[in-house]
Design a protein around this ligand. Structure first.
Ligand code: ARG
Length: 473
């Protein structure tokens, strides 16, 4: 597109749009066409547009509004157009603004009069609303399968590493040992909620706006239930004004996308941290890292960084469409043409992020020895010591917390782990402590003891991993 400041006036006046040439003598200014035409991006809707037109034409025939012979011509014409678009020879033109008018005009070129009858009892307003819903519905189905695949990759890692300790953090400070499998399953839970948001969005959006026409409905004796069923919708929408002005389905899709992208970004951030030289908890293969042109030692986790970054454009898409919609009086306004690019862009970024995440999860190899080593450092089993004092010595938890705090301070002053203190050191703080205390100070004992439902004990993690693998099979 030309920059606005340099754009010359149209050399010759364009001819009036053939779809409304009756009222218009002259065509639009070049810049009018530039800002108005959406064919550059909404041609993505061509399959949905043709499917909608086929369903509409079949319904018009069934209701006696057009003849079977017209429907026959329309069907053959649209099938021919589908082949033209598929093979890349369809003459898309910005003069015809959008996918709807490009296809309709071409249909009339191909089949004559019958093509001109297709738009009976229809408007581009209900047409685009239907097309876009169909597109979002397909996107939901594709992305849902990808989320499930990413969950499967994580659940498999979890099953393989159900018992491998990893330092668990709060505030990115060592908190308590957990297992790597448990950590992977935390993301499985997040992604499961993402899927349920998608399912929810799909269920709510699956109503057909076709037949709302421009905004008020139509005087033709149409059968909206028929069109809805033909396109796989559960029912027609119930209010014609809402039908053409609603974009909640796109906003819900983008909300689900933004939340899911945020989840993927958190995992990506952990992958970046885990790959860094000071951590080295995991290794990504050459397939998911890049080198540096200057520093030969580098293995950069670019895919993870880009998944983290894609969250920006996905969240941006949600904010963009919320902002487009927020002040629109009912019903349709051309503002709403700006609904598509954010959704297309976010869907593509989400799909790519999921594919990259699933790929990285399958690829990554945890360094279980190193993770185990750090899982035990930083007094990660201090809570186990306090719990021991409560359980075995019947100390109130708060008292046990103080005793443990003093023991941690003592160990820290000597620069050693809790398990390196002697029994005498321990008894100096709390006389009742016995040798049994050393049994609770290991990382293995710590994670094994967390057997509460949803806890990090390897037995619980293995159960949950198996459950997820069964759900996802
Ligand atoms: N290209 C338009 C859009 O995406 C289609 C609907 C146009 N309707 C209208 N009354 N101008 O919103």
């Amino acid at each position: 597109m030309l920059p606005l400041t340099n754009s010359p006036p149209p050399a010759t006046a364009a001819s009036a749009n053939q779809q409304w040439g009756g009222r218009f003598a002259a065509g639009p200014a070049a810049v009018m066409q530039d800002i108005n035409a959406s064919i550059g991006f909404d041609q993505k809707l061509w399959r949905q547009d043709i499917a909608g037109s086929l369903a509409h034409a079949a319904m018009l025939t069934r209701c006696g509004i057009i003849t079977p012979s017209d429907e026959h011509d329309i069907r053959h014409g649209l099938e021919g157009i589908a082949r033209e678009i598929e093979s890349g020879v369809f003459p898309f033109t910005a003069a015809l603004e959008d996918i709807h008018m490009n296809i309709e005009a071409r249909l009339t070129e191909r089949v004559g009069e019958a093509g001109k009858r297709l738009h009976t009892a229809r408007s581009r307003n209900d047409q685009v609303a239907a097309d876009f819903r169909l597109w979002v519905r397909d996107a939901i189905d594709g992305i849902d399968a990808q989320v499930a695949d990413t969950m499967r990759a994580l659940a498999l890692k979890a099953a393989a590493h159900a018992a491998d300790p990893l330092p668990g953090f709060t505030h990115l400070q060592t908190a308590q040992p957990v297992t790597f499998g448990h950590h992977c399953l935390a993301y499985v839970e997040m992604l499961a909620r993402d899927r349920s948001r998608l399912a929810d969005c799909r269920r709510r959006m699956n109503e057909c706006p076709l037949g709302a026409a421009a905004l008020a409905g139509t005087s033709f004796p149409i059968d909206r239930h028929h069109t809805a069923a033909a396109l796989g919708f559960d029912r027609p929408t119930a209010n014609s004004l809402d039908s053409v002005s609603d974009r909640d389905f796109a906003l819900e899709f983008l909300s689900a996308a933004a939340i899911s992208a945020m989840h993927l970004s958190r995992l990506a951030e952990e992958i970046v941290i885990w790959c860094s030289a000071p951590f080295r908890f995991i290794r990504l293969s050459d397939a998911f890292t890049t080198g540096s042109s200057i520093m030969p030692q580098k293995r950069n986790p670019d895919a993870a960084e880009l998944v983290r970054a894609k969250t920006g454009r996905i969240t941006g898409a949600l904010v963009a469409l919320l902002t487009v919609m927020k002040g629109l009086a009912l019903t349709y306004a051309k503002d709403m043409q700006e609904d598509k690019e954010p959704v297309f862009d976010a869907a593509a970024a989400w799909a790519l992020s999921l594919a990259a995440t699933a790929g990285m999860v399958r690829d990554l190899q945890p360094d279980t020895v190193r993770m185990r080593q750090f899982a035990g450092s930083g007094y990660a089993t201090a809570t186990d010591l306090a719990d021991y004092l409560v359980r075995e010595l019947k100390l109130p938890f708060r008292t046990a917390h103080h005793v443990t705090g003093r023991l941690v301070a003592k160990a820290e002053a000597r620069g050693v782990d809790l398990s390196a203190l002697t029994l005498a050191d321990m008894q100096a703080e709390e006389a009742g402590i016995t040798d049994a205390v050393f049994g609770v100070l290991t990382v293995e004992a710590s994670v094994a003891s967390r057997t509460s439902y949803g806890g990090t004990a390897p037995v619980r993690v293995a159960e949950q991993a198996a459950r997820w693998l069964q759900v996802l099979a």
